[in-house]
Design a protein around this ligand. Structure first.
Ligand SMILES: NC(=O)c1ccc[n+]([C@@H]2O[C@H](COP(=O)([O-])OP(=O)(O)OC[C@H]3O[C@@H](n4cnc5c(N)ncnc54)[C@H](OP(=O)(O)O)[C@@H]3O)[C@@H](O)[C@H]2O)c1
Length: 241
């Protein structure tokens, strides 16, 4: 495994920054002794027991890898010199070129986790432009602590994934909302409708993960299912029947 070294998270007190910090320490990817997080207003309660600071320059000095996890609107106020360090941004819409120019680093990556990072189920694509070949492995290792990771070779794909996987949890929630509304309109009690709709998306996700086939194959299995056809082996396997 690639050596990560010391990690700093600017905005480590925020929602995503905290989730990443917990995942890094919880998975043993980075020890709390080697992690520094910065905050702006208040140091968050119930976060990881690492070094906390309000001083982002101090954080950069103490880090080999700097993760930028502030809102894009707060980016213009971040003034750091991270020359020689690997800088990885999770900010939506902020370009590698801008990060290079503003931090002085020639080793810059962009990663785009999603809300499931909190439970270790994020999908995180990343793009990196660096003089150091090991940097892709470092970013991969960091975000593997939050879930599944892919390297992409075009920066614009990160912008695409901001809407696709970055908002990922909302898509099945939208489907569940529609299913639930329909059930309620047909007289099903709201509590039962919610449980049913929720279990559809949870069960579908688990089944998809278990079967590990393309989504088209899952759709085809349902379309082709005749009710008494034992060849529908994926479902049989998942249910143990
Ligand atoms: N949430 C997601 O699911 C998600 C997914 C993909 C990407 N992202 C990206 O992740 C970034 C963070 O999002 P978030 O949802 O975690 O937002 P958030 O909860 O608002 O966290 C941002 C944190 O940055 C802190 N901050 C702002 N300026 C700072 C500074 N100068 N020094 C230190 N800390 C500073 C804020 O402190 P205050 O408490 O003072 O405001 C806040 O705690 C965004 O750029 C977003 O595009 C988020």
């Amino acid at each position: 495994m690639v050596a990560i070294g010391r990690v700093g998270i600017i905005g480590g007190g925020g929602w995503l920054g905290s989730a990443i910090a917990k995942a890094l320490v919880g998975s043993g990817t980075v020890s709390d002794q080697l992690l520094t997080c910065s905050f702006r207003s208040n140091k968050p309660e119930n976060s990881v027991d690492c070094l906390w600071t309000r001083d982002n320059s101090e954080l950069v000095k103490k880090s080999d890898v700097v993760i930028l996890s502030v809102r894009p609107g707060d980016w213009s106020a971040i003034d750091i010199d991270a020359g020689g360090k690997l800088v990885v941004s999770v900010m939506a819409g902020v370009t590698v070129e801008d990060i290079k120019r503003r931090t002085g680093s020639t080793r810059v990556g962009r990663a785009l986790p999603n809300a499931a990072a909190e439970i270790g189920y994020s999908y995180t694509p990343f793009f990196v432009e660096s003089s150091e070949p090991k940097d892709a492995d470092i970013i991969d290792t960091l975000f593997r602590s939050c879930g599944t990771v892919d390297a992409v070779n075009q920066e614009e794909h990160i912008d695409y994934f901001t809407a696709m996987s970055g908002s990922g949890a909302a898509f099945p929630a939208l489907l569940a909302e529609a299913l639930m509304s329909d059930a309620i309109a047909r007289g099903v009690p709201a509590e039962v409708a919610q449980r049913a709709a929720q279990q559809v998306i949870i069960g579908a996700g688990r089944l998809q993960e278990f079967n590990n086939v393309s989504p088209s194959e899952t759709v085809k299995s349902f379309v082709d299912y005749k009710g008494n056809d034992r060849s529908w082996h994926h479902c049989d396997a998942a249910n143990g029947i």
